[in-house]
Design a protein around this ligand. Structure first.
Ligand code: B12
Length: 135
């Protein structure tokens, strides 16, 4: 399966991005890594161009919300496949925030899977399970 990944917005934290790339490849995914400082439009463009199955966005500086709340709008604007899985993870708020507040908010923006301060392998296990159950 093809995955587009990268770090959204004005975020330059690159370490997790490298780990995500390596971990996805080790799990057999074909990875298109756009790196840090990537806008939502650039992500969606890459999903269309590569015909990706999954968009996995990472955010560490807590500012993802401002960059990602237009996902539903962009999904309707672009010629995207209906079955693309949208995933976001990392630190999804500035400072302290509860999972119970964060997860519904990002799901309302159009994300299928939301991982706030969740270990990478736990998140990728959940992603593989989700993809398997949908098949
Ligand atoms: C190194 C670092 C920096 C370096 C980055 C260097 C680089 N090029 O990468 C520098 C010094 C440049 C930096 C700058 C800033 N930083 Co900084 N930084 C860190 C630090 C110390 C470590 C980050 C790191 O690399 N960790 C190692 C990786 C492997 O772990 P990780 O990033 O946590 O990722 C794990 C999980 O989050 C998860 N994960 C990540 N993405 C995803 C996605 C999915 C789908 C899943 C399932 C899991 C997942 O997987 C990873 C492995 O388990 C953290 C504090 C900390 N101890 O975490 C702060 C931290 C991330 N930084 C922070 C901040 C605020 C900033 C600045 C805004 C500071 C400032 N005022 O200038 C700037 C941001 C600039 C910008 N435009 O983005 C905050 C974010 C706070 C928040 N979200 O509420 C943190 C948490 C520090 C803090 N406690 O306040 N930073």
């Amino acid at each position: 399966m093809k995955v587009v990944t990268g770090v959204v917005g004005n975020d330059i934290h690159v370490v997790a991005n490298r780990l995500i790339d390596i971990s996805l490849q080790a799990r057999g995914f074909e990875v298109f890594n756009l790196g840090v400082n990537t806008s939502l439009e650039e992500f969606i463009d890459a999903v269309v161009e590569t015909d990706a199955d999954i968009l996995l966005i990472s955010s560490l500086n807590g500012e993802a919300e401002g960059w990602c709340r237009d996902l539903q709008f962009l999904r309707s604007e672009y010629d995207l496949r209906e079955d693309v899985v949208f995933v976001i993870g990392g630190n999804l708020a500035v400072g302290e925030a509860k999972q119970d507040d964060i997860i519904p908010k990002y799901r309302s923006y159009g994300f299928d899977l939301v991982f706030h301060q969740v270990d990478l392998n736990t998140g990728l296990d959940a992603l593989e399970q989700y993809v398997k159950e949908r098949a």
